[in-house]
Ligand binder design. Structure first.
Ligand code: HAX
Length: 436
């Protein structure tokens, strides 16, 4: 058993006992009242999930196992003191609940580099059988499903594994899957956009550095950006579509590939992860229609209002939980201002930030008029040379694997049962509304 798995076993055994005790002692306690409005508006604010990896505060933003993003940047191990934290460290923190030392992070880097070599040939053949014009998210998700032939969990389950051991093969599958996503991503990227000229992984590199390297953006600057990107998108508590879908499908004891694929299907929606690509189309159209990369505040305002009048959303703005500027937006903006302050797209994003919140607030219905993570991530990637928008949601998915798959392991440690909420008909809701 590797050192991370061993530590997980120790932490997990005690936590799963505590959970059983909690349900035994306090299982009947009422948590909250739920209104018809909440249920019929996407269950916003309804507490229905247990997720330890991160928690989202409407005003403050995300905390991973209690640590804010600035705290993580200070505490998680890095390659260089002035660099970005390594996503391997965030993975360990989310999995174990402790900040790892550099040696542990190095172990995970090496372990993932080793496991990344095990992708079976048929996965690449399956990708190659898709049209080159198929959206990268289609290719990504197809590859994830194709990799499920390797599922440790499925094999162990078929062999009659004891319930209490579910977490072990789940851990092995998750480690394999996370390690392999960068290779798959770079393969799709180079297939679609760089004449199928593929670049081998460099096993001496860290996980995120390797993504940049295999995509062909191997400068130190691009690697630094990729580390930031992979940390910032890793998790957003349990209720967002990708996390929730991964968890839900996992409760049927579907293997990690099936479960993660469900989450990625959700991430591919324009109101979730695909918003990063949508933002770039929105910016591109703005530049084309107004005829300049440096529009005035009034021109941006007019363009934003026109978007709303067409019955469309302004991508990159708004959030189901957040009620302030997303700190993941601010972190990226600070990064850009530090390293590429003159990049035209970053200047445009900054100017839009001055205008759009007021436009959205003036509608009187948008609960959060502030930018989310997607308002800037594509502009940042593009400014570093990764200009092919369709790959952006795939990169988001690679990062999101860290959080949702960690939670999937914990679901099996906790012995989470099949999730099966109740549904009611329209007539039932109407009847409830009439009752005093
Ligand atoms: N532009 C225009 N209208 C918006 C809006 C925006 N950016 N954000 C919300 N609204 C509208 C909603 O469409 C809704 O309109 P209707 O009542 O006519 O249906 C109304 O304002 C109330 O919505 P809300 O309660 O404020 O927001 P929701 O919780 O329903 O939705 C969304 C949250 C993120 C889906 C929403 O803000 C949105 O569509 N934003 C644009 C897409 C986007 O950036 N998505 C990425 C979000 C972050 C993320 O998950 N990244 O992966």
């Amino acid at each position: 058993m590797d050192q991370v798995k061993q530590r997980l076993k120790e932490v997990g055994e005690s936590k799963s006992e505590q959970l059983k005790e909690l349900v035994r002692e306090h299982g009947d306690k009422v948590l909250q009242e739920v209104t018809i409005g909440q249920v019929l508006s996407g269950m916003k604010g309804v507490v229905a999930l247990l997720t330890d990896t991160s928690k989202l505060d409407p005003s403050e933003g995300i905390r991973f196992r209690g640590y804010s993003i600035p705290e993580l940047r200070a505490k998680l191990p890095k390659i260089r003191e002035d660099g970005e934290p390594l996503p391997e460290g965030l993975f360990y923190l989310m999995l174990i609940g402790e900040i790892p030392d550099k040696a542990t992070v190095d172990f995970i880097s090496q372990e993932w580099a080793r496991r990344a070599q095990g992708i079976p040939d048929h996965v690449f053949k399956v990708i190659d059988s898709l049209p080159i014009t198929a959206h990268p998210m289609i290719q990504f998700n197809t590859a994830i499903l194709a990799m499920s032939t390797e599922s440790h969990f499925r094999r162990a389950y078929m062999a009659g594994m004891d319930k209490k051991d579910y977490w072990g093969p789940m851990y092995e599958g998750v480690m394999d899957l996370i390690s392999r996503l960068p290779v798959i991503t770079a393969y799709i990227y180079r297939r679609c956009f760089h004449g199928q000229k593929h670049i081998k992984p460099d096993p001496s590199l860290d996980w995120a550095g390797n993504i940049a390297h295999m995509m062909g953006h191997s400068s130190e600057e691009a690697k630094r950006l990729m580390r930031l990107y992979m940390v910032l998108h890793a998790d957003h508590e349990g209720g967002n579509v990708s996390a929730h879908a991964t968890h839900l499908v996992g409760t049927a004891l579907s293997n990690p590939y099936y479960s993660f694929s469900a989450g990625m299907n959700g991430l591919a929606g324009p109101l979730h992860g695909m918003a990063n690509q949508e933002v770039m189309h929105w910016l591109e159209k703005l530049i084309k229609e107004i005829g300049t990369e440096t529009p005035s505040v009034d021109q941006i305002k007019e363009y934003a209002i026109a978007t709303l009048e067409q019955g469309r959303v302004i991508p990159g703005y708004g959030h189901a939980v957040l009620r302030k500027t997303d700190p993941r937006f601010s972190e990226q903006l600070n990064f850009a201002k530090k390293y590429i302050p003159d990049a035209p797209l970053i200047q445009l994003v900054s100017k839009i930030y001055e205008v759009v919140p007021d436009v959205l607030a003036s509608t009187g219905k948008v609960k959060n008029p502030w930018p989310n993570v997607d308002a800037i991530s594509g502009s940042l990637l593009s400014s570093y040379g990764i200009k092919e928008f369709p790959i952006y949601t795939v990169l988001f998915g690679v990062s999101r694997s860290l959080g949702v798959l960690t939670s999937l392991i914990w679901d099996r440690i906790y012995g989470m049962p099949l999730e099966r909420p109740s549904s009611q008909t329209f007539d039932w809701f109407e009847e409830q509304g009439k009752q005093k």
